[in-house]
Design a protein around this ligand. Structure first.
Ligand SMILES: Nc1ncnc2c1ncn2[C@@H]1O[C@H](COP(=O)(O)OP(=O)(O)OP(=O)(O)O)[C@@H](O)[C@H]1O
Ligand SMILES: [Mg+2]
Length: 267
């Protein structure tokens, strides 16, 4: 998975390439097929949103790309890029302060001790959490914890030793628990950071408008087992407003397609 990616003739190099990926949990009669023959290329610097019904295999797919689990069939190539995953749950260390959680991530990425405090403070500013540096996770609201998790994922995209390596940021429903106002602010923030750092983003959400607000492309997965059923390019200029007519119109089209897909499975 870490080998440099060679573009095959007629195919451009991808930051993430899934080729015929299937994933089954368990074996024999009790086996559960979560993903079925998923092929997907994400271009370097592209922002791809992944939509699909609950249980269709979205988190499974991100875990496979993050190399936390292995596919049952098919291949996944990230071309040697750094991969940072922001989980569906915040997954912070409860015994460390907010700053401590961020500093640990920065330490893992080779940031010298003398710089960690300042970098952690900058990351907290970027997720609008100045003033909460010394709190522990249990002292924060669910939405605030999720924002710390976002800051930590961003810390994990840093690599002092190899700053030129591409970075793939995987985000699993990062803003699902947030109020609309905070979510809108963080959409602006993640878009800015994505642009400035040239990140490649694979972003899972249930929220169709959010997918259209953020994505260069929206990929729709079928109900379990997850397969790619349709892809929607998003040609609108950025920054977009989640409540704009253009976003609402394309989101309506995608929602209709999603309903059709969920309906086919009787859910
Ligand atoms: N470690 C595991 N062992 C067994 N089954 C699993 C495991 N992880 C996921 N599954 C099953 O695989 C299917 C896909 O799960 P996954 O978590 O990927 O769905 P999801 O699309 O992320 O759903 P949601 O939108 O609710 O987060 C589900 O039926 C789930 O029960
Ligand atoms: Mg999930």
């Amino acid at each position: 998975m870490s080998q440099a990616l060679q573009a095959a003739p007629g195919r451009t190099a991808a930051a993430v390439r899934l080729d015929g990926v299937s994933k089954a949990f368990g074996s024999g009669a009790g086996a559960l097929l979560a993903l079925d023959n998923v092929s997907l290329d994400v271009r370097p610097g592209e922002f791809v949103c992944l939509l699909g019904a609950s249980g269709c295999g979205k988190s499974t797919l991100l875990n496979l790309v993050a190399d936390l689990d292995r596919p049952s069939a098919g291949t996944i190539d990230t071309g040697g890029a750094r991969v940072a995953l922001m989980f569906q749950e915040p997954a912070l260390f409860p015994w460390l302060t907010v700053t401590g959680n961020l500093e640990l991530a920065l330490k893992m990425r080779g940031v010298p001790r003398s710089e960690r405090r300042g970098r952690a403070a900058d990351l907290l500013t970027s997720v609008h959490l100045d003033g909460f540096a010394k709190k522990r996770p249990h002292q924060l609201s669910g939405g605030m914890r999720q924002r710390v998790a976002l800051a930590r994922a961003l810390a994990l995209t840093v690599d002092e030793k190899d700053p030129d390596t591409g970075t793939v940021l995987l985000m699993d429903e990062p803003f699902g628990a947030l109020d609309a106002m905070t979510r809108d602010l963080l959409h602006d923030e993640i878009e800015r950071i994505w642009r400035e750092r040239g990140l490649t983003v694979l972003f899972v959400t249930h929220n169709v408008r959010e997918a259209v607000r953020l994505g260069d492309r929206v990929v729709l997965l079928s109900s379990r087992p997850g397969r790619v059923v349709e892809e929607f390019p998003v040609p609108m200029e950025r920054p977009r407003r989640i409540d704009s007519t253009e976003v609402a119109t394309l989101a309506g089209t995608i929602t209709d397609r999603l309903r059709e897909e969920v309906g086919r499975h009787g859910r």
